[in-house]
Design a binder for this molecule. Structure first.
Ligand SMILES: [Ca+2]
Ligand SMILES: [Ca+2]
Ligand SMILES: [Ca+2]
Ligand SMILES: [Ca+2]
Length: 454
């Protein structure tokens, strides 16, 4: 608890530094190293890259959001991968995890919350291990579903169709058939649907509450859309009250509208196609709120490797309109379907690696948008990573990165921003910094309120 408070205090100091209240030279480490300002982490997971992935959800049904954090490179004997569970208490989080679960195959690479099922009331979550071995297929990749917090139980293990499919590279959740049960979506980007579609990928939907293999839906790559399974997102973009499924597809983001007949509706191809030519286009996707108030929630698409003014890996974020019917949008063109195109600073920072809508921070009545650039340099430290907080009301066609509040990391090479998760306490977010402490990694808690957005 004191650690959390300290973290916030340290952040305040950082913002003061950023605002010019300090006369730090532009090189060298900070003058004082304060104990305690180290975020959350377990030293036992040396080199494990804690914070590569993370989710916030209530695991033990006490009304407080807990944290599950992936450490996909944590080694123990010949096994690789671990997750940590941090149960929240009334004052926040302890710096050490409540529980560590180890497994194999880069276990913890990806995570998704699955809500609470009716029986136990404890939260369900899915853990991807893209090089894990299933019961039937070796090295297919696996996804394990757990229930609960401190004494979480393994409920189910899913596996890919073939070896090297990298099943579990991405996982997501949403109620795609609108039956009230959250469904689990799994990407297998190296799956080969046919020899002609070698390693073009597949995405699988396992319907809740049981996530049964028998009822699953497979969306396989086609000649029209390949490269699927690397990134997934859900949310309602056509305003029918049912979650829709969005995914990266090699130069496109494609979307399928959810609905009662979701299992048959995907045969005719995607409902939405948004093209973009940037490298890394669609590696992050988020369904936002209704920015332009036309009745449809809008969509943020990150392209973390985009070249900006000749500088590679600077990154871009596009915001395109949600809508109904069959739609094709060119994100690179300035059209009425594109609400904004925000270019990252020319700093190889990988702006857009993560995008997260957050509650209204600055009190202007609209939600805000948090974007990470995990390779951005801080001042004076290199490769700290940086978060950018955009006021929702400023996200229009001519929005630039300069309108955002910039929140740099505070340790050299920590790569802040690998994951972002809202904790539902004021404007507190958990942020992954997987390379801090020589790739052992940390999770930082940041209070967006403290930044005092103008
Ligand atoms: Ca809890
Ligand atoms: Ca469902
Ligand atoms: Ca929908
Ligand atoms: Ca809209």
């Amino acid at each position: 608890m004191s650690k959390q408070r300290f973290e916030i205090l340290s952040l305040v100091l950082l913002f003061l530094v950023g605002a010019g209240f300090s006369s730090h030279a532009a090189s060298g480490p900070p003058m004082s190293k304060k104990k305690g300002s180290t975020g959350l982490g377990a030293n036992s997971l040396k080199g494990g890259m804690q914070g590569h992935s993370g989710i916030a959800m209530d695991l033990n049904n006490d009304g407080l959001k807990d944290l599950v954090v992936g450490a996909p490179y944590a080694k123990l004997r010949n096994k690789v991968g671990a997750i940590q569970i941090y149960l929240a208490h009334s004052k926040g989080f302890s710096a050490k995890p409540t529980r560590i679960i180890r497994d194999d195959g880069n276990f913890g690479w990806s995570l998704a919350g699955l809500g609470n099922n009716s029986s136990g009331g404890n939260g369900l979550f899915a853990v991807g291990a893209y090089s894990g071995s299933g019961e039937n297929v070796s090295l297919s990749g696996t996804v394990t579903v757990y229930q609960g917090g401190k004494n979480s139980q393994k409920a189910l293990v899913l596996e890919g169709d073939n070896a090297m499919d990298k099943f579990g590279y991405a996982v997501a959740s949403g109620d795609l058939n609108g039956d009230g049960s959250i469904d689990l979506i799994v990407g297998a980007p190296f799956h080969s649907p046919s020899p002609a579609l070698y390693q073009k990928g597949a995405v699988y939907v396992y319907f809740g509450p049981d996530f049964e293999m028998s009822g699953r839906l497979k969306i396989a790559a086609t000649a029209e859309y390949g490269g699927i399974g690397f990134s997934l997102a859900t949310g309602d973009i056509n305003d029918d009250g049912v979650d829709d499924l969005l995914m990266e597809a090699a130069g496109k983001v494609i979307g399928f509208y959810g609905g009662q007949d979701f299992s048959t509706s995907t045969g005719g191809g995607p409902n939405l196609t948004v093209t973009g030519r940037d490298r890394g286009y669609g590696r992050s996707i988020a369904v936002l709120w209704d920015l332009d108030q036309d009745g449809f929630n809008d969509i943020a698409i990150g392209a973390q490797q985009a070249v900006v003014a000749g500088v590679i890996d600077s990154g871009r974020v596009f915001i395109v309109k949600g809508g109904d019917g069959t739609r094709v949008i060119n994100a690179d063109a300035n059209s009425t379907d594109r609400l904004a195109m925000i270019e990252g600073a020319m700093d190889c920072g990988m702006f857009g690696a993560q995008v997260l809508p957050v509650d209204d921070v600055n009190g202007d009545g609209t939600p805000d948008l948090l974007v990470s650039a995990p390779h951005a340099d801080g001042d004076p430290w290199l490769m700290t990573g940086k978060l950018y907080l955009f006021s929702g009301s400023g996200l229009a066609g001519d929005a630039t990165v300069s309108i955002a509040q910039s929140l740099p990391g505070k340790k050299r090479d920590m790569h802040l921003g690998f994951f972002l998760a809202a904790l539902g306490r004021g404007n507190l977010v958990a942020v992954g910094a997987p390379t801090e402490r020589n790739n052992t990694g940390r999770v930082r808690l940041m209070d967006l309120n403290t930044a005092g957005m103008e």
